[in-house]
Design a protein around this ligand. Structure first.
Ligand code: NDP
Length: 318
């Protein structure tokens, strides 16, 4: 595994991190979830990303993870970077959503109980809140660091200008913003229009989520929808309607470029993000442990020629 410095902080993260959005809920097979954590950690993936609402049901991914850590990884806590977040709907009433201090502080306390941890390494505000003053949300993050409940804090899904503002407010409070977690893949390149520049200027790391576009940027949907795929088993966030003929045509052409580089498309999709030095880590999901060992192979080739970049850009334009 390669480890990359997170912005200008003292912390290094693995180039590939594991997210627990899917496949760790109470609805999933516990032995498989455990297998995924073992496979990741045994292959140098030291960073595990959670959120209060991951499941289903919401909260259950933290419970499952907490059970695994307590029983099998207690002695390895200092070798792990564990994150959580709050910002989406979690409980009823006006205090279980968005970005108030009341919600964020209560939510982190709940997450620590579910995961049976004394602290998280990174706590994120999960999405910007248009109604709560940014100062209040950032003060809540800063408080968590002062209380020792989070070692570092970050933001997720913030656009370039609001990210810059949040980073500055935190700095004035004496707390550094460690990292930003945006969606970024060959299919969704919004971060290239300003956000990555802001993060570089401010010395903040970047950990893109859904780098495989939830599995679309692999060869799995080229010949239909496999029964064990996210579209077939969950179908909530990635739907059959996303697997359009137009997308398949693009995926198929990208697959040929990957082959010419001696890679599978999943590898190329990850290495295409990691070619940018501003990226700290790519945050993958996995339903099977073999996908983790497979995705790590992306690190064997993260260099792209100018011709390859141009060709990929052309293909993505459709
Ligand atoms: P990906 O884009 O990596 O998609 C993961 C899915 O791709 C897997 O479940 C699997 O799908 C398929 N897959 C993974 N590796 C391979 C492989 N080598 N070959 C073939 N198929 C593969 O990421 P996710 O969408 O899962 O998101 C990753 C993490 O990002 C989340 O767990 C979460 O931590 C974070 N996230 C953060 C958000 C935020 O708002 N901050 C929002 C969303 C995610 P299949 O099930 O079909 O096998």
């Amino acid at each position: 595994m390669q480890y990359r410095r997170c912005g200008k902080s003292g912390l290094k993260l693995p180039a590939i991190s594991l997210g627990l959005w899917h496949n760790f809920g109470h609805v999933n097979v516990f032995s498989n979830s455990k297998d995924l954590i073992y496979t990741a950690f045994n292959n140098g993936i030291t960073h595990f990303d959670l959120a209060n609402n991951y499941g289903p049901p919401p909260g259950s991914a933290e419970e499952v993870f907490g059970k695994i850590i307590a029983s099998d990884f207690r002695n390895y806590r200092d070798e792990m970077i564990i994150s959580s977040k709050a910002g989406y709907t979690m409980w009823d009433g006006p205090y279980g959503d968005w970005g108030s201090k009341k919600y964020l502080v209560s939510s982190l306390d709940q997450s620590l109980k579910r995961m049976k941890l004394d602290y998280v390494d990174i706590f994120y505000h999960h999405r910007p809140d248009p109604e709560t003053p940014l100062e209040e949300t950032m003060a809540a993050l800063s408080l968590m660091v002062q209380q020792g409940k989070a070692l570092y804090v970050g933001i997720s899904n913030y656009e370039a200008l609001e990210a810059e503002k949040a980073i500055h407010i935190l700095k004035e409070m004496g707390t550094s913003c460690l990292i930003h977690q945006p969606r970024y893949s060959m299919f969704d390149r919004w971060v290239e229009n300003g956000l990555l520049d802001v993060l570089e200027n401010e010395g903040v790391g970047c950990i893109p989520f859904s780098p495989l576009a939830q599995g679309m940027l692999t060869d799995k949907y080229l010949n239909g929808i496999p029964a064990d795929s996210r579209v077939a088993t969950s179908g909530v966030f990635l739907k059959e309607s996303n697997i359009t003929a137009e997308n398949i045509q693009i995926i198929s052409r990208l697959n040929e470029v990957a082959k010419s580089r001696g890679q599978k498309l999943a590898h190329m999709a990850l290495s295409w993000i990691l070619k940018d030095k501003r990226i700290t880590s790519v945050l993958i999901g996995a339903s099977k442990s073999e996908q983790i060992t497979d995705s790590i192979k992306a690190l064997n080739n993260i260099e792209f020629s100018t011709e390859e970049i141009t060709l990929i850009d052309q293909i993505l334009k459709g």
